[in-house]
Design a protein around this ligand. Sequence first.
Ligand SMILES: Cc1ncc(COP(=O)(O)O)c(C=O)c1O
Length: 386
Amino acid sequence: MKYDTMVIHNPQSEAGHLKDALGAVVLPVYLSTTYAQNGLGNYQRYMYIRGGNPTRNALEELAARLEDARYGFAFSSGMAATSAVFNLFSAGDTILLNNNVYGGTFRYVSNLFQRRGLGYHLVDNFNTLDFAALTPDVKAVFIETPSNPLLQVTDIRRVADAAHKKGITVVVDNTFMTSYFQKPLQLGADIVVYSATKYYSGHSDILAGLALVNDTALAEQLKFLQNTLGNGLSPQDSYMLQRSIKTLPLRLDRHEKNTNTVVAYLQAHPRVAKVFYPTVPDEERRIQAAQSAGNGAVLSLVLSDGCDPARFIAALSLFDLAVSLGSVESLVCHPASMTHESFPADLQKKVGIEPNLIRLSIGIENIDDLIADLEQALVYCTRQAT
Ligand SMILES: Cc1ncc(COP(=O)(O)O)c(C=O)c1O
């Protein structure tokens, strides 16, 4: 079955089974927090909502199938999924992350790791990292590719091959791509995590996270953590998320079509000094084309010196100024003061999160309207004489 059929049809699955019970066309929502036992020590399939819920399990199966993964877990947020993954590691372990990782992930490692005796290190470029030189305390690499907000591309297969030679676990935050464009487990990664709040939800109305694995021992640990930490996704949100996923391929095709036009327009614009998108540097375009079926719909840009970022943002009318990405509506974000404000100023500077860097999440509106909105904002942004 192809991806765009799988998002809708689900025979021989938990969803199929639940629907067949009464011939329902959509997935039922099971709200019950507890399930009656047949007798002492004689449990039925479900026991207590934290450990398992039919609607959530149906979503987890769907997410796993879309990823060609064996196991899927749905969490109450992307950060809950990431936190469960970080809980797989023990005091003394070090985790390497991209230097322009999502700000919330950085906030987590820079504030909470020390308390648990975990170490972290930010890597400038995983593509050139010498894995042979890593010390034995390095137990995991956590990669976002393309990264946020500079859209740097990491060669997942190269990293996985090199990391596995040293027994290092490879985690990929695949939020920007989704399983529609990129399947990191097939490229050798061990764990994939998502903020499903983004493209999987697609309508800025669900907070959710996903984690996918093939390894049974890892799956057992994640299941244990989901039940023990109590961070599983609620039945209602599980229903909502599987509903959103039905249109994921349609939405992503349109998101990306719009983005290609916006990227070409901005690259040719005299008031734009630089565009960051996975297709822009040649070397990264080659890696991206080899490992992904698309490039996504997030891009960043640096305005030319004569242009004031605050005036540009204020002039936009179709792009709401808001954190987040991946929804049907277009958004504009100023990473230095918004998504990446948890980065200290010197780290922002080192990484390249400049004050005039702007991130756009391109929605599915009519492309002519989006370009017209950008054009009038680029006319308006000219700095005022002081
Ligand atoms: C790449 C990435 N990973 C993880 C997260 C965290 O996800 P959530 O907001 O669903 O907790 C985000 C949120 O913006 C993100 O952009």
